[in-house]
Write a protein that binds this ligand. Sequence first.
Ligand SMILES: Cn1cc(C(=O)NCCN2CCCC2)ccc1=O
Length: 117
Amino acid sequence: CAKMPKPSQDNDRDLTFCRILLAELEDHHDAWPFLNPVNIKTVPGYRKVIKKPMDFSTIREKLCSCQYQNLEMFIIDVNLVFDNCEKFNEDNSEIGRAGHNMRKFFERRWTELLKSN
Ligand SMILES: Cn1cc(C(=O)NCCN2CCCC2)ccc1=O
């Protein structure tokens, strides 16, 4: 049938979930490497290696300026943070471990939230 606009309550639910999930990511003990964009002037190689930088403050800005169509687009950006981290950091490093911890936390929380529906 013709593409129908998503009922607004679904959009409202998605937006609420993004706000909850992002707040919990920002408050997590291991969030410190991901709170702001990696400084490509002080981190050698980052600019060349990581094609699409992403961080929680950028996700916060996008969320607050309605740049996420739905929950899926938000999850894609959060996963980009963790995929970039895995690409650039050894698993057995401070930042590498923080990335794995944060990804595990995020996976668990969004599945819990979606099951609550
Ligand atoms: C995600 N990620 C982060 C960094 C990084 O150095 N972040 C700065 C962390 N500092 C904490 C207090 C001031 C800044 C390097 C590589 C990387 O993949």
